[in-house]
Design a binder for this molecule. Structure first.
Ligand SMILES: [Mg+2]
Length: 420
C-alpha cells in the first residue's frame, strides 16, 4: 500500500488512504510528566497542554479529516517499527574473531597500527575502552593510556567483506533497509508479522552464527529513537522503546544523545541550563526557534519529544560506472587514444570490483573537437569484472567509430551491473 512512512498533517486535508491511525497529536506533556517534571515545568503544563491533549483514536479517512481539522497539530502516522542495528566494537571484534589469541585483550584498531605515528583510533575493544580509549582519539594518546594494548592497522577490505555478509542477512528480513555505515543499518520491520523482540533475536542469532560477532539492536517507532535504543545496552543489547517509554528512558539522557546535537550545541544548551533531553522538552518552540533558528529549533523541539519523521533511505543499486577524460589538447593519434582507453578501463574495472559488481554492457564514447559525439556499445556473453574481457569489448567499440577528426574526449561506461 502506501509507503508514506509518517505524515504530519497540519492542514487537516485528508488524502491519506485507509487504515491510518491518528496516534498522537501534540506531545502529551501532562500524561507523561513525572511529578518532578510537573513541578519543574511549572505553569507550562497547565497553560499549554489542555488544548493539545488528544485521545488516541483509530480513524477512517472520513472522520480522520474532521479530527485532523480540529487539531492544528495533528500528527498522523503509521505504526512504524524501526530497527537499528549496530555491531559491537566492529573492527576490534573481527580481529578478535579471526585471531583468538587477541580475545579478551585491550585492542586498538586505527591508522597503520603504529601508535608512534599519526592516526586516530577507529575502534577500541571493550577491554581497551576500560582504559578510557575511544574512537577518534589520536593513537598516541591511546598508547599513553594503555601501552600494553595491541595496536593493529585498519583492514578495511576484510571489514567490508564481513559488513556485506551482515547486510545480506538483514536483507533476508526486509528489503526496506538503510545502510547507515559499515557496521550499522536501519530496517523498517513494520510489515513483518512477528513481534519486535522475536525479529531482533533472530537477527542476532543469524549474525552470531554466520560471523561469530555480536550486535546491539534498538527498536522504536522512528529512526531517532531506534538509534538511541541500540546504544542503551551495549554490547549484545536489545532495547525496545515505545512512545510511552520516552519519559523514563529518553528524557533523563544527556542532550548529546540526540542525533544532530554535537559538542558545540551541547555546550550552548548547557549555558541555557539544559543538560538532559527532558529539560530540552520543557523549552517552548518559540524560544528554541529564537535561539537556534527555524529549522534546527523545530528539530530540537520535535526530537526532545521523540518525534522524528525521517524516512528509511533505501540504497539503490548503481546502474553503471564510467570514466571520461577530456584531453588538454585534441588528439589525432590512435595510439594515445588506445592507451588512454586502457587506463580508464582499468579504473572502471577497479571501481566495480571494489563495490562487488560485474558488468554486462560496455559503452565507449568519443567526442570530436567540434563536439560531435559518438557512442558504441557492446554486450558481453555474461556478467564479468575481467579487465581483459572488458578491454576487448571497449576496443571493439572504439574500432567501430570512424576517427575522421581530432578527439577531444574519450570515455568508457560499463552497465547492467549485478552484485555477485
Ligand atoms: Mg558500532
Amino acid at each position: 500500500m502506501l509507503r508514506r512512512n509518517f505524515q504530519r498533517n497540519r492542514t487537516g486535508k485528508p488524502g491519506l488512504g485507509e487504515g491510518f491511525t491518528v496516534k498522537r497529536t501534540k506531545f502529551e506533556l501532562r500524561k507523561v510528566a513525572t511529578p518532578f517534571h510537573k513541578e519543574w515545568l511549572g505553569g507550562y503544563i497547565s497553560r499549554n497542554t489542555k488544548r493539545t491533549r488528544q485521545p488516541t483514536v483509530n480513524c477512517e479517512p472520513d472522520n480522520l479529516s474532521s479530527h485532523a481539522c480540529n487539531s492544528h497539530f495533528a500528527t498522523v502516522l503509521f505504526m512504524r517499527r524501526i530497527l537499528h542495528i549496530d555491531m559491537d566494537a566492529f573492527f576490534a571484534s573481527i580481529e578478535q574473531q579471526r585471531r583468538p589469541e587477541l580475545a579478551g585483550k585491550p585492542l586498538v584498531i586505527g591508522g597503520k597500527g603504529d601508535p608512534t605515528k599519526r592516526g586516530v583510533v577507529s575502534t577500541a575493544s571493550y577491554e581497551a575502552r576500560k582504559f578510557g580509549i575511544h574512537s577518534a582519539m589520536p593513537l598516541r594518546t591511546a598508547y599513553k593510556l594503555c601501552p600494553d594494548a595491541v595496536f593493529l592497522p585498519v583492514d578495511y577490505k576484510d571489514y567490508s567483506r564481513v559488513s556485506k555478509m551482515i547486510k545480506k542477512i538483514l536483507r533476508e528480513f526486509t528489503p526496506i533497509i538503510e545502510e547507515a555505515g559499515i557496521d550499522e543499518a536501519f530496517l523498517d520491520i513494520s510489515e513483518i508479522r512477528n513481534g519486535s523482540e522475536e525479529i531482533a533475536k533472530e537477527i542476532k542469532k543469524r549474525i552470531k552464527k554466520e560471523t561469530g560477532l555480536t550486535c546491539s539492536i534498538g527498536i522504536a517507532p522512528n529512526k531517532l529513537l531506534a538509534k538511541i535504543a541500540s546504544d542503551m545496552d551495549k554490547p549484545d543489547g536489545l532495547t525496545i522503546i515505545a512512545e510511552e517509554d520516552i519519559e523514563h528512558s529518553i528524557w533523563p539522557l544527556p542532550v548529546r544523545k540526540l542525533r544532530g546535537v554535537g559538542p558545540k550545541n551541547t555546550a550552548y544548551l548547557k549555558e541555557m541550563g539544559i543538560r538532559t533531553i527532558g529539560e530540552l522538552a520543557s523549552i517552548s518552540l518559540n524560544k528554541l526557534i529564537e535561539r537556534f533558528g527555524k529549522s534546527y529549533g523545530r528539530y530540537l523541539y520535535d526530537a526532545s519529544r521523540g518525534i522524528d519523521d525521517s524516512p528509511i533511505i533505501v540504497h539503490r543499486e548503481p546502474k553503471s560506472s564510467g570514466r571520461e577524460i577530456t584531453f588538454q589538447k585534441d588528439i589525432g593519434n590512435i595510439q594515445i587514444l588506445r592507451k588512454t582507453l586502457v587506463e580508464i578501463t582499468k579504473q572502471v574495472v577497479k571501481n566495480i570490483r571494489e563495490r562487488g559488481y560485474k558488468a554486462r554492457t560496455v559503452t565507449v564514447k568519443i567526442r570530436f573537437s567540434d563536439f560531435e559525439t559518438h557512442t558504441r556499445a557492446k554486450s558481453l556473453y555474461e556478467h564479468t569484472d575481467s579487465f581483459e574481457d572488458i578491454k576487448r569489448a571497449a576496443f571493439d567499440c572504439l574500432n567501430r567509430i570512424e576517427l575522421k577528426k581530432k578527439v577531444r574526449l574519450i570515455g568508457i561506461r560499463v552497465s547492467k551491473l549485478e552484485k555477485w
